[in-house]
Write a protein that binds this ligand. Structure first.
Ligand SMILES: [Zn+2]
Length: 525
């Protein structure tokens, strides 16, 4: 196949721009000038019409499993009050048999008047006969009604688990809010969707991801049932996407399976199970992020540590010896210190020159920790849209001093680190152009806001690399992916607008017009 008459940004080491690519057997065979190609007779030719082309965009931190589950559940995104959500849950309950679970996602009390956490009482009024479990937008808290609490056996006598919190009223009664590991009390009793339902949802999510310009993701925490669905789809030839999977360390059965088995590739590089995901703390929105000093808007609370440092160190050594990369979620500055310390100890005990250990989010960093990433060779994996989504309230949580080390891309780049870029979907939209826009502007989409800590902005070149070459490196896939050079897989997107020359406001509107994966057309805009 010959693709010609394009502005093809190869993202090779010299930032090369060419007009023509030749694709053979799913890989780039040539990248250069049309004049230098002798097209063989019968070769399929695609005229790119002068459009910009990028290597396939990859989201380094997404949750396909959760996106598919969210598709099958109630969506509270953007709803403006606790009562509004409860009312809609009541409407849904009225159409369902008594006792059937209602599962949902994406509430955010920061959008409500008063910004109070919700309680079971509102849901008990509208849906008393259906167990209801609604997960907060960041996945770090669940709001349940009394029927769900009863199903999970959660009452006055339930102890708080390590790294979790069962919120209680003055009498010690659970209020219906479960934070971080306490959510597992419900997760273990919630029903799962059927295989057919789940497979269909995964397939629809892949279409959604392709439609915004992604050709792949790094899935940060998948469980066995999701991996089984991906395997079924790959075997059916119905997985037109790439997924580099970190298995969910918090699912004991999943890690148990993979620590016996070792890394696995399904379907010629479509699904690569090569990493272990751990969670060191919670999230900022639910005040579960572990901080060195207390939250400014919650004195005495320093957040939650979900996995102690010694356990991160032990698992890093165990997984590393088996050939797995290790990716640890750390949002608060205390969690980041803890993870960097654990990595440092693990590397001292078992040095591995090319370990590619990752910190997922690296969101709030103590100044002394910023240069440690580069020094230890640890990759920060960051989500630029979190910055623009959180900027309205992050200062209330953190105060001005800690904000300086928050979402500090430029400070990390200045030390010589590269940054894996992602969205953390379904927390944010999977659209990579939203992430690139946030990284280069630090301004919410469509707003006149002057921007936040503009000194931390990335250049467009850096932001695009954080969704291509740097992500390939962050998944140990740079020999195959990330740039359009001879020998690499022909994963690419043809764009509606040139991301390097269009106006800032235009970036989030960019759409793919044609997407190739392994040289095959998987999307047409
Ligand atoms: Zn995540």
């Amino acid at each position: 196949m010959l693709l010609t008459n394009g502005r093809i940004y190869t993202l090779d080491a010299h930032d090369g721009v060419v007009d023509t690519l030749v694709v053979r057997q799913g890989r780039v065979a040539f990248a250069g000038r049309r004049a230098d190609v002798n097209a063989a007779a019968g070769e399929e030719t695609i005229d790119l019409g002068g459009r910009a082309v990028l290597p396939g965009l990859v989201d380094a931190h997404g949750h396909l499993m959760h996106l598919a589950r969210a598709r099958l559940s109630f969506d509270a995104r953007g709803l403006a009050s606790e009562e509004e959500i409860a009312r809609r849950i009541g409407e849904r309950a009225a159409t369902r048999p008594r006792g059937e679970w209602i599962i949902g996602r994406n509430w955010d009390q920061n959008l409500w008047p008063g910004r109070q956490f919700p309680s079971k009482a509102t849901l008990d009024r509208t849906a008393p006969d259906h167990p209801v479990a609604l997960v907060r937008i960041d996945g770090h808290a669940t709001w349940a009604n009394s029927a769900a609490l009863a199903a999970g056996g959660i009452d006055l006598a339930t102890p708080d688990s390590p790294g979790g919190l069962v919120a209680r009223d003055a009498r010690g009664e659970p209020t219906g809010l479960l934070v971080d590991t306490a959510q597992r009390l419900l997760q273990r009793v919630e029903p799962r969707p059927s295989e057919a339902q789940f497979d269909r949802a995964v397939r629809e999510c892949i279409v959604d991801c392709l439609a915004v310009g992604l050709t792949g993701i790094h899935e940060m925490g998948a469980e066995l049932y999701a991996l089984a669905a991906y395997r079924r789809l790959v075997e059916r030839g119905d997985f037109p996407f790439r997924n580099y999977v970190a298995v969910a360390g918090r699912s004991a059965s999943t890690w148990d399976h993979y620590r016996r088995r070792g890394p696995e590739t399904i379907g010629a590089g479509r699904v690569v199970i090569g990493a272990l995901k751990l969670l060191a703390d919670g999230a900022l929105g639910s005040r579960g992020a572990a901080l060195h000093d207390a939250y400014c808007d919650d004195p005495g609370n320093t957040g939650l540590v979900l996995v102690p440092g010694e356990e991160v160190e032990r698992l890093t050594l165990e997984a590393g010896a088996l050939g797995f990369q290790v990716c640890v979620h750390a949002i608060g500055d205390r969690a980041n210190t803890l993870v960097l310390d654990a990595f440092e100890h693990a590397l001292a005990r078992a040095p591995r020159p090319d370990h590619r250990l990752r910190v997922e989010h690296a969101q709030i960093l103590a100044p002394a920790d910023i240069p440690r990433f580069q020094r230890l060779g640890v990759l920060p994996s960051m989500q630029a849209t979190h910055c623009t989504s959180d900027m309205a309230w992050a200062a209330e949580r953190l105060g001005p001093d800690r904000l300086r080390g928050a979402y500090a891309w430029r400070s990390l780049l200045a030390t010589g680190s590269v940054i894996a870029g992602g969205s953390d979907f379904p927390v944010e939209s999977p659209n990579p152009f939203h992430g690139i826009h946030a990284a280069v502007t630090r301004r919410p989409r469509g707003s006149e806001d002057p921007g936040w800590q503009p000194e931390q902005r990335m250049t467009r070149q850096e932001a695009v690399r954080s969704f291509t070459t740097w992500n390939a490196y962050a998944a140990r896939q740079e020999a195959d992916l990330g740039s359009l050079e001879p020998g690499k897989r022909a994963d690419l997107v043809v764009l509606s607008d040139d991301i390097f020359t269009c106006a800032d406001e235009r970036i989030p509107e960019i759409r793919p017009t044609l997407t190739l994966l392994d040289g095959e057309i998987v999307f047409r805009g």
